[in-house]
Design a protein around this ligand. Sequence first.
Ligand SMILES: [Fe+2]
Length: 317
Amino acid sequence: MNIIGLDALIFGVDDIPACRAFLCDYGLTPVGVDDDGGRFEALDGTAIIIRHADDPALPPAIGPAPSIRETVYGVTSAADLDAIGLELSRDRTVTWDAKGAVHSVDDSGFAIAFQVTVRRDFSAAADLTNSPGSESQRPVNQVGISPDMPAVPRTLSHVVYFVPDAVKAEAFYAERLGFRTTDRFVGVGPFMRPAGSDDHHCLFMIQTPPHMQGCEHFTFHLGSGTEVLLAGRRFEQNGWTSFWGPGRHLFGSNWFWYFNSPLGCHIEYDADMDRHDDAWSSRQAPLSADNSQLFLFTSREKWAPTGSPPEKRGEPG
Ligand SMILES: [Fe+2]
């Protein structure tokens, strides 16, 4: 079906100005945003879209506002939309909008849509590393970092759902939409990628009691672990609160830093995710702190080695 990943996530929110400030500080670019919401785009055109929670054009909400209202996947061609529409119409309502996108629901009740992808080619510098024992990536005399180093979302990476039945939810994406399970937390849920993407996952599902169903978090890829640290640091300095991180996950190998948001879920910065194809054998492990990350840091105020750290001098940290 050539599903290549997430194109957009649509949220119904109750505080458009707060969400606008949050998504702009996160690093997304507002496109056509007004008092009723709009798009916030990464470098490749993938986006978060916000609307008033009571906008009648939105699919029904699963829980109280603010909440995710639709997950939009990009596909390669209109023929893929025909195939998906035909498959899903076997047992559920499928609608086609004026732009040719296909809308339906998954087996957990999340609204899903498919469109010919809006992803556009873009160019952004890689974060080059000098690693003794391997050929240096960075040319001599080229510095690695600077205070104005860009650290912006490049492409929409993944969404995480709380689901009431992870086995049923996984079966829908695997059997009806051709997703592959790359790894799994036993008794919790699968990391999945669509067949048209080699990213470790664009969808992770976590089994929870039914009343918790909803979006747990979403994230965009940045260019490197350094960019995750830099973007997260700037985000914190804008007053947004860290929830988990920075650190590096084991499954997927991606760097992470999670923040609280006014969208009804957490938001993450991620970078340097593993890529897989069908030769990969999925791993499984129990969910635990050790299996959730290789390491975890806590952000600190800046400091210089001219004396003891501030708290050791009895000053506020
Ligand atoms: Fe994540």
